[in-house]
Design a binder for this molecule. Structure first.
Ligand code: 2AM
Ligand code: CA
Ligand code: CA
Ligand code: CA
Length: 264
């Protein structure tokens, strides 16, 4: 647990939006599901949750900027702080009734993430991290897994799908990793993949073409759990969305294998 005023604000907002998602789960016929692009679903559930998060976070910290997946950028008067919010990470899972989705709230100060909350309302797992205060799952302190050999590791990834991603690169990455690891997984909610790495459930994770709201909270979660997280090719992760993470050895091994395949 982290008992700061900031964390209380973030946790309360996440729990209220989580109750909204829970009410909407299984009510798909009432959710006005639409497409933002190929296979890019959005529903009333995403929009309602984001409005709640904006309302609560903006009320508690009136000047902060807000970047949300569904509402875009809302400028604040305080130019150094920005909320980076995904109201429903894993919409495809949500709309299929697969309980692997989350609310993700990150707070950036001068471009660095200083706090994060990731909340899965389905199983009420709440992950929190604040710079210098550690990372927690509910009441338990988190630490990344310690495995030092890739062949012992379970690694999660993302996969491109219709309308998004580089299929050939993904095939090359899978071909390179598959024979080297104990297991590959694809769960479909980036924020929870990163939370699982922080919790030591997964040894590592990589995915390309993510957005800032997919990774913001996960970045601080992994750092505060003692792991490494970065852009695969050495750039600014919040801009590129090409993430690799794990403990130091796993992170470095992933980067070493994946970077030469990249065509950037
Ligand atoms: P989203 O559910 O908030 O859109 C899974 O690979 C990750 O990619 C999820 O975090 C998901 O976030 C994101 N993503 C973006 N577009 C997607 C799509 N069309 N299908 C599945 N995941 C998508
Ligand atoms: Ca989306
Ligand atoms: Ca997302
Ligand atoms: Ca989303």
């Amino acid at each position: 647990m982290i008992n700061s005023a900031l964390m209380n604000v973030m946790v309360k907002a996440a729990r209220r939006a989580g109750r909204s998602l829970k009410r909407d789960l299984g009510e798909i016929e009432h959710l006005q599901v639409s497409l933002k692009g190929p296979a890019n679903f959005v529903s009333l559930a995403d929009k309602r949750a984001e409005e709640m998060l904006y309302t609560d976070l903006n009320k508690a910290r009136p000047g902060y900027g807000f970047l949300g997946e569904e509402g875009g950028t809302r400028e604040g008067t305080d130019k150094s702080h920005t909320w980076i919010v995904d109201p429903l990470d894993g919409t495809t899972n949500f709309l299929h009734g697969i309980p692997q989705f989350a609310i993700s709230i990150g707070l950036a100060r001068e471009g660095q993430i200083i706090a994060g909350v990731i909340y899965n309302p389905g199983n009420e797992e709440l992950y929190m991290a604040e710079k210098g205060a550690g990372a927690f799952l509910n009441d338990s302190r988190l630490r990344v897994a310690g495995r030092q050999q890739l062949h012992d590791c379970v690694i999660a990834c993302g996969l491109p799908h219709i309308g998004r991603g580089d299929f050939e690169l993904s095939r090359n990455e899978m071909a390179a990793l598959q024979p080297k690891v104990a297991g590959l997984r694809r769960f479909g909610a980036a924020s929870l993949d990163m939370a699982f790495v922080a919790a030591g459930r997964l040894d590592g994770y990589w995915e390309r073409n993510l957005q800032p709201w997919d990774v913001a909270a996960g970045i601080i979660m992994i750092k505060e759990a003692g792991g490494l997280v970065s852009d695969i090719d050495g750039g600014d992760l919040l801009k590129t969305g090409d993430v690799a993470c794990g403990n130091e050895v796993v992170h470095n091994s992933l980067v070493k294998i994946l970077r030469p395949l990249s065509r950037k």
